[in-house]
Design a protein around this ligand. Structure first.
Ligand code: SF4
Length: 191
């Protein structure tokens, strides 16, 4: 099994999909390598591409507020994205880009960290792990066990920047995490 540092080195030099063409820095992810919580967003934005770090723009500030709602700091958890290089003009990542990046890197990061709960942020992250789910509006804040892992789909924090009413939805979903961790071993396979 590759370590997180080894994976990050591969990611920084990766040319496996077209997204490497426009990047300033690849963004492997960062945080506690032993965290029981792993947050997975969609892809780096402008600020993340400049700095090579995940969730450092406005959405990242809100993610830090969400973590504070359950008495955590960003360094307590591991934060990354389904694609590690910024899509041009912040477009959605193409399915093949998601497939390539997750197959080579994200799944290996999950193996290295072995989190108890994987929190997907936004639709692209959710559908990579829960392709059988329907709309995020119907399943956000509900845990799903699939193939030995437990996933919690949340809206992407950026939606709260455009739609203020989503702030309270995200905060409420985030506050469910401690209770989900307490009962996580008893969640049924198809919950
Ligand atoms: S997005 Fe992923 S697969 Fe594509 S170039 Fe970047 S690291 Fe490689």
């Amino acid at each position: 099994m590759q370590t997180l540092d080894e994976l990050a080195e591969h990611i920084r030099r990766c040319t496996l999909c077209p997204l490497h063409n426009g990047r300033t820095h690849a963004v492997p992810g960062e945080g506690n390598p032993k965290s029981e919580l792993m947050f997975i967003g969609e892809g780096p934005g402008k600020k993340e591409d400049e700095l090579g770090r995940p969730f450092v723009g406005a959405a990242g500030k809100f993610l830090e507020q969400l973590l504070a709602a359950i008495n955590l700091k960003r360094e307590d958890v591991f934060i990354t994205n389904v694609v590690k290089c910024r899509p041009p003009e912040n477009r959605d990542p193409e399915p093949q880009e998601v497939e390539t990046c997750t197959t080579h890197y994200l799944f290996a990061q999950i193996d290295a960290i072995n989190p108890r709960l994987i929190i997907t942020l936004g639709r692209h992250s959710m559908y990579r792990f829960l392709p059988d789910t329907f709309k995020i509006s119907e399943v956000h804040g509900k845990p799903f066990r699939r193939h030995g892992k437990v996933y919690l789909p949340l809206y992407h924090p950026a939606v709260a920047l455009y739609t203020g009413s989503m702030r309270s939805v995200l905060i409420a979903d985030m506050k469910k995490i401690p209770a989900i961790l307490k009962k996580i071993d008893s969640l049924p396979q198809a919950s």
